[in-house]
Design a protein around this ligand. Structure first.
Ligand code: NAD
Length: 261
C-alpha cells in the first residue's frame, strides 16, 4: 500500500517536466495519492495537460497567485471536486530577471514587492484559502533555497523572499498546529528548471555545488518528490515548522575542500 493512499493533494507550480512540482506529482502518484495540479497561465497549458493526464490527474486548474479572485476560484473548484484535501504544495517563485543579477542594492521597490508577493505572500494566501478544506493529519509544503540564510551571488531579492517564506512556514505551522495540519519547507539544492535559468551565473553555481557537497551528487526532482512524500505522509506526523534540506549536505559545509588532489 502506498504511503499516501486515501490522501488528496493539490500541487501549485507545475510548468513543465523539469519542474520540482512534477517530481512531487510523480512521487505522490506512485504512493497512491489523488492529485490536482495548478499552473500559472494559458501558455503553460499545453505542457501541463499531457503531464497531468499521464498520472491520471484530471483536476488541472489555472491560477495566477497574484490574483485573489484566481485563488478563490481554484479553492471553490477544489472544494466542489474533492470536498476536503490532505496535502497542499506551493512550488512557486518569481522575481524579475534583472533583479537576479549584480548588486542586491539595485533591487527596485516594485521588484521587491513582486518577488515577495508571488514567492511568499501567495503561500500565506493559499494556506488561508484552503484552511477550511484541510483534513486533520494533513500537510502543507513550500519550496525554498539556502540563499535564504547564506549569500548566494545574484540570488538577491529571491534570497530575501526565501527567508520570508521560511519564516512564514514557521508562523503557519504555529497557526495550523491545533488543526492537526503540519507545515514544512523543503530546501532543495540547485536543479536546472525554468525558474533557476533566471538566476545569473546558475551554471557555475551548479558545478561548484557538486564539488562542495559531501555527497558530490546533484539533486533531482525525484529526490525532492521523495522528501515531499515523507513530509506529507504519516511518517513525519510530529514534524512541523521545519526547513528540510535535500541538498546532498551542501548546507553543512563552511569552506570547500582545498586539499591537493
Ligand atoms: P519552475 O519554473 O518549474 O516552477 C516555478 C513555478 O512558479 C512555475 O510553474 C511558474 O509558472 C510558477 N509561477 C510563477 N509566477 C506565478 C504566478 N503569478 N502564479 C502562479 N504560479 C506562478 O521552477 P522550480 O525550480 O521547479 O521552482 C519551484 C519552486 O522551487 C520555487 O519556489 C523555487 O524557488 C524553488 N526552488 C528551486 C530550486 C532550483 O534550483 N530549481 C532550488 C530550491 C528551491
Amino acid at each position: 500500500m502506498g504511503l499516501l493512499e486515501g490522501k488528496t493533494a493539490l500541487i501549485f507550480g507545475l510548468a513543465n517536466k523539469n519542474s520540482i512540482a512534477w517530481g512531487i506529482a510523480q512521487a505522490f502518484h506512485r504512493e497512491g495519492a489523488t492529485i490536482g495540479v495548478s499552473y500559472a497561465g494559458e501558455v503553460l497549458k499545453r505542457r501541463v495537460d499531457p503531464l497531468a493526464e499521464s498520472i491520471g490527474c484530471d483536476f488541472v486548474e489555472e491560477c495566477d497567485v497574484s490574483k485573489d479572485k484566481d485563488i478563490a476560484a481554484v479553492t471553490a473548484k477544489a472544494e466542489e471536486r474533492f470536498g476536503k484535501i490532505d496535502i497542499l504544495v506551493h512550488s512557486i517563485g518569481f522575481a524579475n530577471r534583472d533583479e537576479l543579477n549584480g548588486p542586491f542594492y539595485n533591487t527596485s521597490r516594485e521588484g521587491f514587492h513582486l518577488a515577495m508577493d508571488i514567492s511568499v505572500f501567495s503561500f500565506v494566501a493559499l494556506a488561508k484559502a484552503f484552511q477550511p478544506l484541510m483534513n486533520p493529519g494533513g500537510a502543507m509544503i513550500s519550496l525554498t533555497y539556502h540563499g535564504s540564510v547564506k549569500v548566494t551571488p545574484n540570488y538577491n531579492v529571491m534570497g530575501v523572499a526565501k527567508a520570508a517564506l521560511e519564516a512564514s512556514t514557521r508562523y503557519l505551522a504555529y497557526d495550523f498546529g491545533p488543526q492537526g495540519v503540519r507545515v514544512n519547507a523543503i530546501s532543495a539544492g540547485p536543479i536546472r528548471t525554468l525558474a533557476a535559468a533566471g538566476v545569473s551565473g546558475f551554471k557555475s553555481m551548479y558545478k561548484a555545488f557538486i564539488d562542495m557537497a559531501p555527497l558530490h551528487e546533484k539533486v533531482t526532482i525525484e529526490d525532492v518528490g521523495n522528501a515531499a512524500v515523507f513530509l506529507s505522509s504519516d511518517l513525519s506526523a510530529r514534524t512541523t515548522g521545519e526547513i528540510f534540506y535535500v541538498d546532498s549536505g551542501y548546507n553543512i559545509m563552511g569552506v570547500p575542500d582545498m586539499s591537493e588532489e
